[in-house]
Design a protein around this ligand. Structure first.
Ligand SMILES: Cc1cc2nc3c(=O)[nH]c(=O)nc-3n(C[C@H](O)[C@H](O)[C@H](O)COP(=O)(O)O)c2cc1C
Length: 274
């Protein structure tokens, strides 16, 4: 049984002059694929990268979506900063999609509270399960396992698009209580240290100095000095550097050498590096 509260019938927004906006933040393309798929299903929607948004203007789109990955059982730093700075007047409908590898935990409740602090009521918040890009704990699964997640995600996204189109106000999704109790504490403990977690990156001799890691890093955290790659303690832990390295030369700790790299099969490097 779906936990629907009420349906707001709001003015038609198919006026091409007034576009909906979906903001996305991504390390390995899962969130961008979700954003694209939703934009296509909802229609009349522009995609904006959170990494490129300058937050200088106040926006008035009828529908706003925020799509991002769950990091350490909560909202990533960069997304939190973006929401706090976002100049926005209460849209007709504002929703979030926290995509994750199976443990959404308290992330969307956290999002609801952050929005409330801005006097905005989140209209809906959904979890979408995608292959894991947290390579220090393992790979994304076999091709079959990944395909099964993509297919399930496609169905979930059709459902979300229908809710958004009909402006259905819903409670946000959340993980089981044990997850929220245990992992919300870990998120809070880890949060101040994320920027410095880059001290476990290292590079094998396969590195050919293509500089893709430097270009793709959303925090401009990677430098080449004396022919050596250096991480500068301003890391978002998005893991795009390690996952997009064409030589698989970047490693994190001891275990990543054993795993193949992952990015969403329909997202290209050129989608992320302009
Ligand atoms: C630093 C980091 C922490 C993560 N923490 C979680 C988590 O707490 N729960 C979860 O289910 N997935 C977690 N993941 C997996 C991602 O949320 C998931 O693979 C997501 O689809 C990646 O999206 P992206 O390609 O748009 O970056 C984590 C990934 C990273 C890089």
């Amino acid at each position: 049984m779906e936990d629907t509260i009420k349906v707001n019938k709001l003015p038609e927004t198919n006026n091409p002059e007034v576009k909906n906006i979906i903001f996305y933040y991504t390390g390995t393309g899962n969130s961008l694929w979700i954003a694209r798929t939703l934009a296509e299903k909802i229609g009349n929607t522009e995609l904006k990268s959170i990494m490129e948004w300058d937050n200088k203007t106040t926006i008035y789109p009828p529908v706003v979506g925020i799509i991002f990955p769950v990091h350490i059982w909560g909202i990533p730093h960069r997304v939190l900063k973006f929401i706090n700075e976002l100049g926005i007047k209460s849209p007709e409908y504002i929703f979030a999609v926290a995509n994750n590898a199976g443990q959404v935990s308290n992330t969307l409740v956290q999002m609801k509270k952050v929005m409330r602090g801005k006097d905005i009521k989140l209209s809906g918040g959904w979890s979408v399960v995608m292959p894991s890009n947290y390579i220090p704990w393992g790979g994304p699964g076999t091709a079959d396992q990944q395909n099964s997640r993509f297919q399930q995600a496609e169905k979930t996204l059709s459902n979300i698009a229908e809710k958004v189109t009909n402006r259905v106000i819903m409670p946000v999704e959340k993980g089981p209580i044990w997850q929220r109790l245990l992992f919300t504490g870990l998120y809070k403990l880890a949060f101040p240290y994320v920027a410095k977690m880059d001290n476990r990156f290292w590079v094998t001799e396969d590195c050919n100095h293509c500089n893709i890691c430097i270009k793709i890093c959303p925090s401009k955290n990677i430098k080449l000095e004396d022919n050596q790659l250096l991480w500068s303690n301003n890391c978002e832990q998005c893991l795009s550097c390690i996952q997009w390295c064409p030589k698989e030369a970047i490693q994190y700790g001891k275990r990543t050498i054993a795993y193949h790299r992952y990015h969403h099969p329909q997202i290209k490097l050129s989608d992320l590096i302009k």
